[in-house]
Design a protein around this ligand. Sequence first.
Ligand code: CP
Ligand code: NVA
Length: 294
Amino acid sequence: MPRHFLTGEELERDELRALVARAAELKADPLASSALRGNSVALVFEKPSTRTRLSMEAGVFELGGQPIVLRSGELQISRGESLRDTAMVLGRHVAAIGIRTGPDADVEELALHSDVPVINLLTADHHPIQVLADLLTMQETFGSLDGLKLAYVGDGNNVARSLAIVGARAGIEVAIASPAQFTLPDDVPATKTTDPAEAVADADVVYADVWVSMSDSEESAAARRSALGPYVLDDALLDRAADGAIALHCLPAHPGEEITAEVLYGDRQRIWDQAENRRHSAKALLELLVAAPA
Ligand code: CP
Ligand code: NVA
């Protein structure tokens, strides 16, 4: 059975911690591993991407492999071929499959029928590969993940859910402040509140994401923007966090909406390092799922 990465729950704490440590090693020496030599990795994008595509494509290359990007409409799925048949054929050619799409059920179906690891590159409800980069950024800022608290302020979306799930696995405290109508379900493992100030108290990291996600309906956009108005990551909110707290954002950002330009380009952010860390952490994940380190 291949090892998949669909929600992040597939990794135990020790594995997550080891993965972050390995990502830091690969950041220091990007060509240290040839774990994918002679292998190809299919990267299916049913939705737009800047960071995920760049980091996966460049990361596979740095590991000695060949990325094969397949965008929406390029697979026969667009003409009705099933996910089952697609998975069975992809596994005959590539060592792993990454997929960005809307329904989580589609990624689960692909994984069910795949002989090679399937990696979730973002769905409507999850974005676990993002959180690997977030953990690396936290580790390199604070030296350790032990005792850290992360506060997410904004829409209870895919990134918020994955921060809660993967953060809990990694052993960090996660608090989420969202408007009542856009909060996460009760079973998501995080402290939840509607008050941003309450969430960021004693937080080492204050995290923002877009108010309207790719999988959200156009009809809900106005209601989201209106409800999320008080959930801005600005200097005043960051001042309420712990001394030395940093701002993170998975990007793309809308400065002037969910985050101010002062924070996005200011001294207390690690957002651009976080964007770079997508590649290093993705490589550590690929090594873990596909092959032992070289
Ligand atoms: N953060 C992130 O996943 O960015 P992209 O949508 O550009 O891949
Ligand atoms: N929540 C955002 C994340 C983008 C990386 C979205 O799904 O559009």
